[in-house]
Design a protein around this ligand. Sequence first.
Ligand code: RFL
Ligand code: PHB
Length: 399
Amino acid sequence: MLHWLWEDRILKTQVAIIGGGPSGLLLARLLERRGIQSIVLERKTKDYVLSRVRAGVLERGFVSLMKEAGVSERLEAEGYPHGGVNISFNDDMFRVDIAALTGHSVTVYGQTEVTRDLYEAREKSGGIIEFNVEDVVINDAKSDTPYLTYSIAGQARRIDCDFVAGCDGFHGVSRQTIPEDVRTEYEKVYPFGWLGILSETPPVNHELIYASSDQGFALASMRNENLCRYYIQCSLDDKPEDWSDDAFWAEFKRRIPASAAETLITGPSIEKSIARLRSFVTEPMRWGNLFLCGDAAHIVPPTGAKGLNTAASDIHYLYNGLREYYENGSSTGIDAYSEKALARVWKTERFSWWFSSLMHRFPDQTEFDLKMQAAEIAFLKSNESAQRAMAENYVGLPY
Ligand code: RFL
Ligand code: PHB
């Protein structure tokens, strides 16, 4: 891959990508396969990025993109196709047969593994990733000649490029580069968090259980036959160290149906963390030649596993727009990027908000609100159309 070294520490590329998380790496890899050059800048180290335990369920669109990127070998061999998902309300549990309702399934394969596969491919192809970058500034984003300045270990550097992809997550610089009078942000912060643990034990169920209970929400997920990812709704004041493993297991058991709790195998946690829940969207997702992708532009609460998957749909739109530009000289795709990406983002925001609102206990909930939740879950249990609507969202809306 060719990057012209103009002079010391000035690089030139076609697409400068800020952020070496899944969005940035997937975009880099897809472009690379089409001969479009990119450089990825990452604030942390590779080990740090790979140590973050996050998403676990991939939509079919994500799996297709990984195939197109030529990095699906391990995902196809080791990922678990799930054709159903279970919903419980106290001890009453039912299964939504997503495969029968939609003709598609989801794949259980951790974000850590996705990122590892993408890093491996990037390293094999010799594509540039700069780690430990600091003070990234996006310059002249509104012009045809944008450039990035940054430093590594105190040494100033610069990248000249055609386009900047802002894949730097919720706390990155890309979104902040868009002037406030151009940007509109929409946000809802939820009054609870998710305490998650990883444990080297067999999953309590071979498919996921989303559990609503009088004690609050719980989720039984998995990574493989001997690695579980379990969550419980917790208070925003809680800290992971406040929760002993025993306390976690006791609370988790109280929230899943008794039939599942009886067979639950517990063990020591190997990771424990708390995530805050937020719905967030910024508009537009393009400013000049800067394009926002993934968590840089939007956040969903994790109920329904849409965060990583929505990042992937952005990458699909941007990648195809950039391809059209470099292969046919047409700006149509990149001009439509923000509108197309946002149309799908808002639908996934709605689904994640709906599913979160349905399954959690809220501090200010009235008896009436509780009855509404119970009635909606009962309706979902008994109504195929309602289940189909849920299943279509769960496997992923078409791009
Ligand atoms: P990421 O993964 O945050 O990656 C952004 C990368 O950009 C780097 N960065 C910078 N690099 C250079 N210069 C700067 N100035 C930079 N600022 C930041 C960061 O170090 C990082 O490596 O965003 P991306 O690629 O858009 O991917 C999005 C997904 O990671 C995210 O949507 C999901 O993980 C969300 N999410 C979950 N999604 C699910 O579908 N299921 C889950 O169970 C789930 N759990 C989670 C989550 C997100 C969490 N966060 C963000 C706190 C649990 C947590 C704790
Ligand atoms: C996970 O396995 O981490 C996971 C699965 C489904 C969700 C959220 C997280 O909705």
